[in-house]
Design a protein around this ligand. Structure first.
Ligand code: CMP
Length: 143
């Protein structure tokens, strides 16, 4: 197993539910460490760019509206097999289908308002981390 970094967003629905601490607790209990974190309000342009891979999907405009409705927490998580581990801790995209005890089951509402985002592969993790955090910033924060 390798030590990896992955990118995570605590989405506006979870922030509005006062669940930042609940989400981070589950990530930490699952063996992940927060190595960078910032609360931001995404602009429409940022949300569109971040989710550009979905721009042809019917839910794209709604997703952009949702992701800009309130503040989010963007974070970098580190740990053994962090990308897969984070996805396991988050649970299935649709909270209704997520396993008991997962973040999306606990804090999500529906397939759009699903509490958290997590990178799905090493390439996307690197891209998504770089979208929000500079190399210099990460170097300063590293243990
Ligand atoms: P996320 O993991 O951030 O990646 C893309 C997001 O689009 C996803 O979580 C959901 O918030 C949203 N999403 C994915 N599929 C659908 C869908 N079928 N309908 C509405 N929103 C979706």
């Amino acid at each position: 197993m390798a030590i990896e970094r992955t990118f995570s967003i605590i989405k506006p629905d979870a922030v509005a539910r006062n669940a930042i601490g609940g989400v981070v607790a589950r990530l930490e209990e699952g063996g992940l460490r927060v190595v960078a974190s910032r609360m931001v309000r995404l602009t429409e342009a940022q949300a569109r760019a971040f989710y550009a891979v979905h721009k042809e999907r019917p839910f794209y405009n709604d997703l952009v509206t949702f992701m800009t409705e309130g503040p989010v927490v963007v974070q970098v998580l580190e740990g053994e097999d962090a990308i897969l581990r984070n996805r396991q801790i988050m649970g299935a995209t649709n909270p209704e289908k997520a396993d008991a005890g997962t973040i999306r089951k606990l804090f999500g509402t529906n397939i759009e308002r699903n509490a958290v985002h997590g990178s799905d592969a090493p390439e996307t993790a690197a891209q998504e981390i770089a979208f929000f955090f500079s190399g210099a910033e990460l170097a300063t924060l590293a243990r």
